[in-house]
Ligand binder design. Structure first.
Ligand code: FE
Length: 333
């Protein structure tokens, strides 16, 4: 009898704890690092009183953890980068659809999952960067043209293992089909000045140092490096302005399949698409707000405006396997 009462008491306590949690807390698993999410959550807590608890890790362990925890997960929201990763999370069954008029109104459809399983929150262009000492911008035109003979021994690329390049290749396949894309990618590989780089920053430094003349990286890496090194002899170029536009990818989030506080998670996600949150979320990482009504920070605006590819970003996920095999066949390490 005593044991039964203790059990009952424990049950009541844990039920109570859950009820209290549900009212004022959201738990986030984030592949975006602390300093890029905490300012947004702090602003939300200040505004609403709702506490946001979070852990950060790489996307693969976070998705594995969500799968392992299943219905017992404490996580309400998953934040990660690249539509390719968000699409993967959706395929792994760790997200649930969140239908929201607020999100639909704030974020263009191309930056959201077609099943409402995730939404983009900030945008980054994966664009061409060139040496201001050895390249005139007039010599540049498209991603495809970097396969031309003219760039032989002058191009730097990051490893094909990184999802960013897989997503870029996926959108090329969407635009040109596999055969032509393989030709383009082979052309890039033939034009490499040196081995592929493990990260975008090292690539930009290689252009600055004269190891190569052009390369493809995400805009915020340039923003960070340029801040440290204002005399960087590297500039962005916006390719494909006469056809489909610049490849744009995103950081985004979705409510988890077994979110204990799904309603609170939805409210937080909705708020994150509003101008107040968008300025912070994009601003801390020199990204473009995903909400087109919100202006980018001054330093990002200084790079100029461009036409972005209007392809649905989830194509990056849908064609990821195809892209990875194609890059392998083309010899992109
Ligand atoms: Fe990155």
């Amino acid at each position: 009898m005593k044991a039964r009462n203790a059990l009952l008491a424990a049950f009541t306590l844990s039920t109570l704890a859950t009820a209290v949690q549900a009212a004022d807390e959201v738990v986030v698993y984030s592949a975006r690092i602390d300093e890029l999410i905490k300012p947004v959550f702090d602003a939300y807590t200040e505004k609403t009183g709702v506490k946001v608890k979070f852990i950060t890790d790489k996307e693969a362990p976070l998705i594995a953890r969500l799968k392992a925890e299943g219905a017992n997960t404490p996580a309400d929201l998953l934040i990660t980068v690249d539509a390719g990763n968000l699409w993967q999370a959706e395929q792994e069954g760790v997200l649930q659809p969140t239908k929201s008029d607020v999100i639909d109104a704030n974020i263009p459809a191309q930056y959201r999952s077609s099943t409402d399983s995730w939404t983009g929150l900030s945008l980054r262009a994966r664009t061409i960067f060139y040496s201001t000492e050895r390249v005139k911008p007039q010599e540049l035109s498209t991603y495809e043209a970097l396969a031309d003979k003219n760039w032989e021994g002058r191009l730097c690329l990051r490893t094909s293992k990184k999802v960013y390049n897989q997503s870029l290749t996926a959108t090329l396949i969407e635009a040109h089909g596999a055969e032509k894309t393989e030709e383009i990618v082979k052309g890039w590989v033939n034009n490499l000045a040196t081995d592929v780089f493990p990260d975008d920053t090292a690539l930009l430094q290689a252009i600055d140092a004269g190891q190569c003349d052009v390369g493809i990286t995400n805009t915020y890496y340039y923003g960070r490096l340029h801040k440290q090194q204002p005399d960087l002899k590297v500039k962005p170029f916006w390719p494909n302005q006469d056809d489909r536009g610049v490849h744009v990818n995103l950081a985004g989030a979705g409510v988890t399949k077994h979110a204990p506080h799904a309603e609170q998670a939805k409210k937080l996600l909705e708020w994150m698409t509003t101008p107040e949150a968008q300025s912070i979320f994009a601003g801390v990482n020199q990204e473009f707000p995903a909400n087109p009504a919100v202006a980018p920070s001054e330093e990002v605006a200084a790079w100029g405006t461009f036409k972005a590819d209007s392809v649905a970003t989830e194509v990056a996920g849908k064609r990821q396997a195809e892209a990875t095999m194609l890059m392998d066949r083309a010899g992109w390490q």
